[in-house]
Design a protein around this ligand. Structure first.
Ligand code: BES
Ligand code: ZN
Length: 460
């Protein structure tokens, strides 16, 4: 790889220019879940398409019933071909008052001596991460006039809303998207100095439930004591989902969950992740996870249930003595191993129905169901990436499990028959989905350098 040093030097020299490009992309508020931002989402897609075209990619926006998908091609006959996936959409920014600077006006600042970050919604997830890859392509092209591998880029705009239109798009365009391996830059490092390849992701089942009691809102003085209250019904069902040991009580929920091997347990023990260390940064001390499970197990390899939102009744100023007709909750389950998303969704609905008092009904909306993902840890692509990362960071790149979900990796396997290499540079304190999201400049810069190395290795 004789050209690598020149490519890396160029990335060093052009860091400020690359930061300016990232900042201009972050400035476009591409919040996928809110229709008010649809035009901005399209602008964010166009921004990327234009940038890819400037790199010699044949790129376009592909329409879907939701936000457009950006697809770019730069084939290289005879060379290996990779499919790079990322997302240009971002999470909503509320509560806005907690942001120290505006979410769509990124700033570079020093948060500790020698530690600079860029702030803004999407600074890490996933605009900053996507740009590590694009900047590596740019520097490689400028320095060598070519890329070591053929590349297809697939960047969607609805990942944060569960990618409703992506699986059909992948299936309908399978021939166009097939490659030797998929690359995703949407995961994290082990810590600030230690690069990581993610070998497993949890799956996700997301359900919305609405409980209905009377056929109208009621005066609680007139009807209280006799009429069923949907908020009480819903909260007692929610409370019953976990027992006092932290286990989820839905029958069959743990079917397909595998126990760790003794070797796995020893590896975890050696990592020595403590509750104080992991939770201290978010103002907590104690894990509420399953008793008898290591913290790392709780956040990576055990399934979970979380209520993500709950509402009903009167929540305005002052008081209103009302018994609401309806109450709702959004509830998600992170899945591991071979847990079957459809079975979990059905078992959850049965669990709710079994607890409904007379006259009370439940309706459900399914917001997505994807299984957990495990990638082989001995593939050639993974070993090459591991060596390249180790070289760049001067520390052995570790393979880790992650508790987050990136459902498309499952589609790449099922629909395109392709494994995914998950390499990302996010950190636990990046505040993903929270106010004051940031991306360390070390992640951004060394991430670019890492991809430059990985691309050369994959092409060799
Ligand atoms: N980038 C995250 C997933 C992630 C975060 C993986 C940290 C590994 C480490 C992604 O954008 C995300 O938030 N995904 C959603 C998926 C869901 C909406 C289907 C998630 O995990 O909640
Ligand atoms: Zn993401």
């Amino acid at each position: 790889m004789p050209k690598l040093p020149a490519i890396l030097s160029r990335l060093d020299a052009e860091l400020d220019a690359s930061l300016a490009r990232l900042a201009s992309w972050i400035a476009i508020p591409s919040i996928s879940t809110d229709p008010a931002y649809a035009a901005d989402s399209r602008r964010a897609a166009q921004w990327l398409r234009d940038d890819l075209e400037s790199l010699g990619f044949k790129a376009s926006l592909r329409e879907t019933p939701g936000q457009p998908i950006v697809v770019g091609h730069r084939p290289k006959p005879g060379a290996p071909h990779v499919l790079f996936y990322g997302h240009y959409d971002v999470q909503p920014v509320d509560p806005l008052t907690l942001w120290e600077s505006e979410p769509f006006k990124p700033v570079v600042k020093e948060i500790a001596p020698g530690r600079k970050v860029i702030t803004g919604r999407g600074a890490c997830d996933d605009k900053g991460q996507v740009m590590t890859f694009i900047e590596a392509l740019r520097a490689t092209l400028k320095e060598t006039g070519d890329l070591p591998v053929g590349i297809t880029i697939l960047v969607e705009g609805e990942e944060e809303s569960g990618s409703p239109n992506l699986p059909p798009f992948v299936a309908a365009n399978a021939e166009e998207l097939k490659a030797d391996v998929a690359l995703i830059c949407d995961t994290g490092m082990w810590d600030r100095e230690t690069p990581a390849i993610t070998a497993s992701l949890r799956g996700l089942v997301y359900q919305e439930v609405t409980i209905t009691c009377a056929d109208r809102d009621l005066h609680s003085g007139l009807f209280g004591g006799a009429a069923a209250n949907p908020i009480h019904v819903l909260s007692s069902i929610v409370a019953a989902l976990r027992d006092e040991t932290g286990r989820i009580t839905i029958p069959g929920f743990y079917d397909g969950v595998e126990e760790p091997t003794a070797e796995q347990k020893a590896d975890w023990q050696a990592l020595g992740l403590t509750e104080a260390e992991f939770l201290g940064g978010i103002g907590l001390k104690r894990s509420i996870g399953e008793k008898g499970r290591m913290l790392i197990e709780q956040i990576q390899s055990r399934p979970t249930c979380d209520v993500n939102g709950i509402w009903g009744g009167y929540i305005g100023e002052g008081t209103k003595t009302v018994i609401a007709a309806k109450a709702s909750a959004k509830i998600s389950f992170r899945l591991v191993g071979k847990q079957d998303p459809q079975k979990i969704a059905a078992a959850f609905q049965a669990f709710v129905r079994a607890r409904l008092p007379a006259d009370v009904t439940a309706e459900f909306i399914a917001h997505g169901a994807s299984p957990a993902i495990a990638v082989p840890v001995d593939s050639l692509a993974l070993l090459k990436a591991q060596a390249a990362l180790t070289e760049e960071w001067g520390r052995k790149a570790v393979t880790i499990g992650s508790g987050g979900s990136i459902p498309v990796a499952g589609d790449f396997k099922r629909t395109l028959g392709m494994d995914t290499l998950l390499v990302g540079f996010g950190l636990d304190d990046d505040r993903l989905h929270s106010p004051n999201e940031k991306y360390d400049l070390s992640s951004f810069h060394k991430g670019q350098r890492s991809w430059a190395r990985i691309l050369q290795a994959l092409g060799a």
